[in-house]
Design a protein around this ligand. Structure first.
Ligand code: UDP
Length: 236
């Protein structure tokens, strides 16, 4: 029995870039879809929000002179590119899937509604959400909280390249220690960079637990579903 029945998996665009740091690393992409297939085969309903940081971020665009709103729209388009890459990779391994977009852009993806997404999940399809929330000044972390709450997911899994939440950035501070669990409020009070503030607050206010783990280690997604304690649980 899998630990969770329905999950919202947040994948960062940056991770999709693999060691290249930009663009789409096809090896990483293949690893991701295999990991998802493994848990889908256990009967878990999987919805994915994918970021776009491997292609474009509105905020860094603005620092280079782009209009912020247009930059964010470019960022949202980047998430759609990644959503299509995931969809195509799922197709190639025979995993039925459906792309929904927060901005109307058929035939690239179906225009998102909660009910169509839940129908697809119940039919055993992997659901991929592109274009974040559809609005500028948000991130795909906020998009994940929103979609996770909307589709009534049991948990939001935040797949990152670190294995949980630390007292400080473990890539910069050798003395940083990992939490096995932590409350939403402590994350906010300590200003820990798990996700942006609005995303954490949205999860807190709607009681959606967050599990942070290292998705770049193949097999970890299944370990989470098997109930292994490999990451950090953020909860009330
Ligand atoms: N974005 C946005 N609204 C949203 C989600 C994303 O404007 O609801 C834009 C924003 O510019 C962001 C970019 O899309 O920088 C890519 O998303 P994000 O930075 O969250 O990607 P990740 O860091 O997960 O790769």
């Amino acid at each position: 029995m899998a630990k969770y029945k329905r999950i919202l998996l947040k994948l960062s665009g940056e991770s999709l870039a693999g060691s290249n740091g930009t663009g789409i690393d096809t090896t990483r992409l293949a690893e991701y879809v295999q990991q998802v297939k493994e848990i889908r085969d256990m009967g878990v309903e999987v919805a994915i929000v994918i970021g776009g940081g491997n292609i474009f971020r509105g905020l860094s665009g603005a620092s280079k002179g782009f209009d912020r709103v247009k930059g964010d729209q470019m960022g949202m388009c980047a998430t759609v590119i990644n959503a299509l890459a995931l969809s195509s990779a799922f197709d190639s391994i025979g995993v039925s899937n459906k792309v929904f977009t927060a901005i109307r852009m058929e035939p690239i993806g179906e225009f998102y509604t909660k009910w169509k997404a839940i129908d697809a999940l119940k039919a055993g399809q992997v659901v991929i959400f592109g274009a974040g929330t559809g609005s500028p000044y948000f991130t795909t972390d906020t998009g994940s909280s929103l979609r996770g709450v909307e589709i009534e997911a049991d948990v939001m899994l935040k797949g990152t390249r670190v294995d949980g939440v630390y007292t400080a950035d473990p890539e910069k501070d050798q003395n940083a220690t990992k939490f096995s669990e932590i409350s939403y409020d402590e994350v906010l009070q300590r200003n820990l960079r798990v996700m942006d503030t609005s995303a954490i607050a949205m999860c807190r206010d709607n009681k959606l637990p967050i599990y942070v783990f290292n998705m770049d280690v193949v097999g970890n997604l299944k370990r989470v579903m098997d109930g292994e304690d490999i990451g950090t649980l953020v909860h009330p």
